[in-house]
Design a protein around this ligand. Structure first.
Ligand code: NAD
Ligand code: UDP
Length: 313
């Protein structure tokens, strides 16, 4: 049995990872400061003999004995990571140094949840891992984008200098049940607005694109990367290459929820990337991973989840 630390384990992706790794027979330590995480995401795990919850902020050192670490601690939604941008970059630098410190001391393997945001507003389409990106270093998204780039740098320097067994995954937009209701990301915003027949808030003219990956596919990708050969350390893109405009997403969600919502065009936030689509050739070759869940199917599951959440609230 492996002892696995999941930082950010009470968040959207982290809680699904706790589920998957417990099912696979591991001992799980879930660490979270509950900034964007929620105890309800892991309530069903509390009391299980192989599940342990620690309330801790990863910018402070912590001493744990573990075999593997998935480092997911960091707010992912632009609304949340811009709420306290200095804290966001601290989490990505001081937090990652603390995580790498645990990995160095215990010889644990460590996987960093990086992001497609390291490509910024990309000039290359679709984005391959070899592309270095076009990031505004001084804009409102830089606390996250540059934070995650610094985190990748730290992972590589600890690998080169201290022989830490590191892995980097660049996660593209992922959605599904347990996104926070106040998350602010496009899929949850649109579903909640549509279910309440409120106006759907499109930032800009709706022509921006994103590629949306369902959470179950993402979790399989993260676990496959952790279990891959030690000489494959990434970065590797994990995401669904199906590309949609934000307008197409809004129309699909209106159709699937049978909503009467109208579209409300609002100003586009600064530095919002115009297009984003992963090239997942490397993940296919090295991990045998491809996404299995089509957008429509994943959205239907997510709509069902938010219907229940809204009913209960
Ligand atoms: P989330 O906000 O639901 O989860 C993040 C979790 O980290 C939350 O539980 C939060 O409370 C916790 N956290 C934040 N700062 C912390 C700190 N200093 N110490 C301890 N815990 C802290 O977001 P998510 O979508 O589950 O994202 C998880 C990870 O995946 C993040 O690192 C994010 O950057 C990355 N990622 C996600 C996406 C996506 O589309 N979901 C895309 C790219 C990258
Ligand atoms: N967006 C939108 N309406 C919303 C929320 C987001 O039009 O209510 C747009 C946003 O401007 C961006 C895209 O949807 O172009 C994806 O935004 P999200 O915050 O989900 O993630 P990002 O990929 O920008 O980090």
């Amino acid at each position: 049995m492996k002892r696995i630390l999941i930082t950010g384990g009470a968040g959207f992706l982290g809680s699904h990872l706790c589920d998957r790794l417990l099912q696979e027979g591991n001992d799980i330590i879930c660490l979270d400061n509950f900034f964007t995480g929620d105890k309800r995401n892991i309530a069903h795990l509390m009391g299980l003999p192989h599940f342990e919850l620690i309330r801790h902020d990863i910018i402070n050192p912590i001493y744990l004995e573990v075999d593997e670490i998935y480092n997911l601690a960091c707010p992912a939604s632009p609304v949340h990571y811009q709420f306290n941008p200095i804290k966001t970059i601290k989490t990505n630098v001081m937090g990652v140094i603390n995580v790498l410190g645990i990995a160095k001391r215990t010889k644990a393997k460590v996987l960093q949840a990086s992001t497609s945001e390291v490509y910024g507003d990309p000039e290359v389409h679709p984005q391959k891992e070899s592309y270095w990106g076009k990031v505004n270093p001084i804009g409102i998204r830089s606390c996250y984008d540059e934070g995650k780039r610094a985190a990748e740098c730290l992972m590589m320097d600890y690998r080169r200098q201290n022989s830490v067994n590191t892995k980097i995954v660049r996660i593209f937009n992922t959605y599904g049940p347990r996104m926070a209701i106040n998350d602010g990301r496009v899929v949850s915003n649109f579903i909640i607005q549509a279910l309440q027949n409120k106006k759907i808030t499109i930032y800009g003219d709706g022509s921006h694109t994103r590629s949306f990956c369902y959470v179950d596919d993402m979790i399989t990708g993260l676990v496959s990367m952790m279990n891959s050969a030690d000489d494959f350390y990434g970065p590797v893109n994990i995401g669904n290459p199906g590309e949609f405009t934000i307008m197409q997403l809004a129309q699909l969600i209106i159709k699937l929820t049978k909503s009467n919502s109208e579209i409300d065009f609002q100003p586009l936030p600064a530095d919002d990337p115009v297009q984003r689509k992963p090239d997942i050739t490397l993940a296919g070759e090295q991990l045998g991973w491809t996404p299995q869940i089509e957008l429509e199917k994943g959205l239907l599951n997510t709509i069902e989840y938010f219907r229940d959440v809204l009913k209960a609230s």
